[in-house]
Design a protein around this ligand. Structure first.
Ligand SMILES: [Zn+2]
Length: 595
């Protein structure tokens, strides 16, 4: 039903003439860069999505689309077009089992979280794993090695790697730029006439003397938002449009900005998807616009600048900024004054916010901002030594630590906050004070270095020393690092509270279906759960009678398993499993069995 959505603005004669002219000019010279008939669906089932392109994920934009597989693994996966397999990856996390196919048109398709590969790739990879004595392998075959035809089966769909349930992750990449492009632009048969939903928008008082006032429709009372603060305005659907729910007037003084929370949907899937375009205009001209057509993997972490990171941490809501932070170089925007509206007293501004999905379904709302005189005095500037600029390196030396950040650590300038506190009481040993490095609400882009002095660390524990990140509840998680010259130093991508601690315990190895002397004749596999309590598992090695055997690793379930393949002679055997964590602590289990 489109009736819930405000009707689209009628094109003027000017835009019609320009469009026709553009079509005439570029229509034949520049063919569609994403032709509808080049790629076929990689699955033989209807295309229902659980994830959309450039959707917001933790620290990254989603690189492809996630196609639902009816809740289970094992659907045949087909080559989307003729080409050759140019990369094969097996990994306990990330994409799990993944295939990359290069096509003659200069694009590459990617198929991830596969259950298993079809032949001849399956045997080729198993040989490689035994040759390298490693479950995790990667291969870049020659162009002639594994040619595939469109619709040829290449694998079975699965749930391998960092997958939250069975599905096929499918990508299309431009090989010239290595950029993933939006697969939905290539004419796949995805039913979608449903417009996005917009839930609420946010107003930000950006300047040091900015303010915003919001009037409550019911009580008539005004709420004031001061410099550096922000506030939500809730939206509801009403009379075929989208309107503000509680607020009926917005006044402002000085520079302000906006953000919006939205999700897209399509028929047959109840999953929350991402939109394609966001358009914010003021008095009819563009203030901010974003289009999620393609991005670069080396820029994917700028997702943290694209969204309101602090809001995501606090409430779990993904609010997309309608303004561009100073340290955000993503090329997907078009804006005036980076989306900042400098509100002048006595003027009224008409704003239109439109959200559009990749198939052109749109939803939008409008509101006015009345300019009023500001009454907030200019604050004293913060001491220059505490100001950390987004585009300059910054060093801070405390008596017990050194903090060194390169340019580009931040998206926006901050007044650096720091402090020293007593370490948390708890199970984990602490060999330093608890050092506060600003706040985890501020996103970190480039890694900074933190060195914390550890004079009380016994020399025999130097190899085992690491930094630990202390949560607000006092629990400690691994933050990496090594001891050198009296300090423990780590490269970090999050702000927060840190201590020096140690990891001296080896991983746990729990046999799930094997015990000493057991007859394993009726079992097809050996399974273990392997876990580490702090620094994480770095490697494992399983042998039978001293020979390396393949144990597949599924990191999300902490599961490793060896499938018997008939190469073992009948009789008594000895299984040995060795697991090492990231601080070099090793655990070993040796189990004799019969088969
Ligand atoms: Zn995915």
């Amino acid at each position: 039903m489109r009736s819930q959505v405000r009707t689209q603005v009628k094109p003027t004669w000017k835009t019609v003439v320009i469009s026709v002219f553009a079509l005439f000019l570029f229509g034949s010279a520049n063919p569609d860069p994403y032709p509808d008939d080049y790629f076929e669906s990689p699955l033989g089932i209807p295309l229902l999505l659980s994830g959309s392109f450039a959707e917001m994920r933790s620290n990254h934009f989603h690189g492809g689309i996630d196609i639902k597989t009816q809740g289970h693994a094992g659907f045949p996966v087909y080559a989307a077009a003729d080409g050759w397999i140019s990369r094969i990856v097996v990994s306990p996390s990330g994409y799990g089992n993944a295939l990359y196919i290069s096509h003659p048109n200069g694009f590459m398709t990617v198929y991830a979280h596969l259950d298993r590969f079809a032949e001849p790739v399956a045997s080729y990879i198993k040989d490689l794993q035994y040759e390298q004595e490693s479950f995790a392998v990667q291969s870049f075959p020659d162009r002639d090695q594994f040619k595939v035809s469109q619709r040829e089966q290449i694998a079975w769909s699965g749930n391998s790697g960092s997958s939250a349930g069975p599905h096929l992750h499918f990508e299309i990449r431009d090989e010239r730029t290595a950029q993933p492009v939006n697969p939905a632009l290539w004419g796949f048969d995805i039913p979608d006439t449903t417009p996005p939903r917009v839930y609420r928008f946010k107003v930000y008082a950006k300047g040091p003397t900015s303010m915003i006032r919001l009037r409550d429709k019911v009580s008539g009372g005004w709420r004031t938002v001061g410099p550096g603060e922000d506030a939500f305005v809730e939206l509801i659907r009403q009379n075929g449009g989208i309107v503000m729910q509680r607020v009926d007037r917005i006044q402002a003084a000085g520079p302000i900005a906006f953000g919006v929370q939205t999700h897209d949907f399509h028929e047959g899937s109840n999953n929350l998807l991402g939109q394609y375009k966001i358009d914010l205009t003021v008095d009819g001209s563009t203030l901010f616009r974003s289009v999620l057509e393609r991005f670069s993997f080396d820029e994917t972490r700028y997702l943290n600048a694209h969204v309101d990171y602090a809001e995501r941490r606090a409430s779990g809501r993904w609010v997309q900024r309608g303004h561009v932070l100073p340290g955000n170089p993503l090329p997907m925007y078009e804006s005036t004054n980076n989306g900042i509206l400098d509100v002048q007293a006595g003027r009224t501004y008409e704003l239109d916010y439109w959200v559009e999905d990749v198939f052109g379904n749109r939803a939008g709302f409008s509101f006015d901002v009345e300019g009023i005189p500001g009454n907030i005095p200019e604050p004293d500037p913060p001491p220059a030594a505490y100001v950390m600029h987004h585009d300059q390196p910054f060093t801070w030396r405390g008596s017990e630590y050194t903090f060194r950040a390169p340019a580009g650590t931040l998206y926006d300038d901050i007044v650096f906050d720091f402090g020293t506190f007593a370490p948390p009481a708890g199970s984990r040993p602490a060999y330093s004070q608890r050092i506060r490095i600003h706040s985890p609400e501020v996103p970190v882009h480039n890694r900074y270095q933190l060195s914390i002095h550890a004079p009380s660390l016994p020399p025999e524990l130097r190899d085992k020393a690491t930094l630990g990140l202390v949560s607000s509840r006092g629990t400690v998680s691994w933050a990496g690092g090594t001891w050198e010259g009296g300090s423990v130093t780590s490269s970090l991508r999050t702000f927060g509270d840190f201590i020096v601690t140690t990891d001296t315990e080896g991983p746990s190895i729990r046999p799930l279906n094997i015990s000493p002397g057991k007859d394993m004749s009726r079992t097809g596999e050996i399974r273990f759960r392997i876990r580490d309590n702090f620094s994480g598992i770095a490697s494992y090695r399983g042998t039978i009678n001293g020979e390396w055997v393949l144990f597949e690793h599924d990191a999300k379930y902490s599961l490793i398993r060896h499938r018997f393949d008939g190469s073992l002679a009948r009789g008594s055997h000895e299984l040995r499993m060795e697991v090492t964590d990231n601080k070099g602590n090793t655990s070993v289990r040796t189990i004799p069995f019969v088969r």
